[in-house]
Design a protein around this ligand. Structure first.
Ligand SMILES: C[S@@+](CC[C@H](N)C(=O)[O-])C[C@H]1O[C@@H](n2cnc3c(N)ncnc32)[C@H](O)[C@@H]1O
Length: 259
């Protein structure tokens, strides 16, 4: 089964319906304090007034940032994900608008718009990604910042003739297991993340989620189309230098201060 909709899921919630939202805040992984805190530290440091998170999800980053006293708003496609925010301590402080970050407008001007955890790649066309940059710029005051955190595509691990990069093979002790692999189309820059989960009883699930990758240089052009220029580029939240071995980047563009 590929991208199966489970009972109780609303198709309007896209790839993050109720069945995914229910487990999104489980302890570990991206919810570990050592993952969340460095991101919140940088965002707090860069914020100079109200900020807006595109694809705010369950408030994994927005809620702790708001707890530091930064006014945070969010745009989110999935009602199921967004519904988790208000139930978190301090979550009421985060004002969420349900909509698509390529075009949804929120009232106000912000000191920063941020889009983390690879979510620019969920927009699977170049036009759509340019629209994200344009929409971010439209929410910024002059001199405001747009921050993106996203993984770099693993193309260096693709030998000629191969389009698949495995990232997990995890047999379970109980007879089940999990296999994960990305499949790249280097012509269109589209890729899919494939998750094969086998239960101990032998039944399984195959989830195939579409993405589009863009190199940092392409994002710099998207930013320029939207009236922004690169200000900082780091390999991670620790502000380390981006190198050929980097697996992700945190990039920050500035809206022209004179417009
Ligand atoms: C990986 S989660 C990240 C959530 C949150 N930013 C975080 O860091 O935990 C991706 C989120 O992006 C949302 N999303 C995907 N495409 C979107 C779009 N075009 N507009 C708004 N939200 C979108 C999904 O519904 C999901 O909640």
């Amino acid at each position: 089964m590929i991208g199966e909709t489970k009972a109780g899921d609303d198709p309007a919630d896209g790839w993050f319906p109720e069945s995914v939202a229910a487990g999104y805040d489980a302890p570990g992984g991206a919810n570990l304090p050592e993952v969340v805190t460095p991101a919140v530290d940088v965002l707090e440091d860069l914020a100079d007034g109200p900020v807006l998170e595109f694809a705010v999800g369950t408030g994994r980053i927005a809620v702790p940032l708001a707890a530091r006293g930064v006014p945070v708003s969010g745009i989110e496609l999935s009602r199921a994900m967004a519904a988790r925010i208000a139930s978190k301590p301090g979550g009421d402080a985060v004002e969420v608008t349900i909509g698509d970050m390529t075009r949804t407008r929120v009232v106000g001007q912000f000191s920063m718009v941020y889009l983390v955890f690879n979510t620019i790649s969920n927009v699977t066309t170049q036009d759509g990604q340019v629209d994200v940059f344009r929409n971010a710029a439209a929410h910024l005051r002059p001199g405001g910042l747009f921050l993106v955190e996203v993984g770099l595509p693993d193309l260096r691990r693709l030998p000629p003739g191969q389009d698949i990069v495995p990232f997990a093979v995890a047999p379970g002790a109980d007879g089940g297991g999990y296999v994960g692999f990305d499949q790249y189309d280097v012509v269109t820059q589209k890729f899919t993340s494939n998750h094969v989960t086998v239960s101990p009883d032998g039944t399984g699930q195959f989830r195939r989620i579409p993405f589009r990758y863009a190199w940092p240089a392409e994002m710099d052009l998207m930013a320029r189309i939207a009236g922004m220029r690169l200000k900082y580029r780091w390999a991670d939240w620790d502000r380390s230098e981006l190198t050929a071995e980097s697996t992700k980047h945190v990039s920050i563009w500035e809206r022209d201060p004179s417009t």
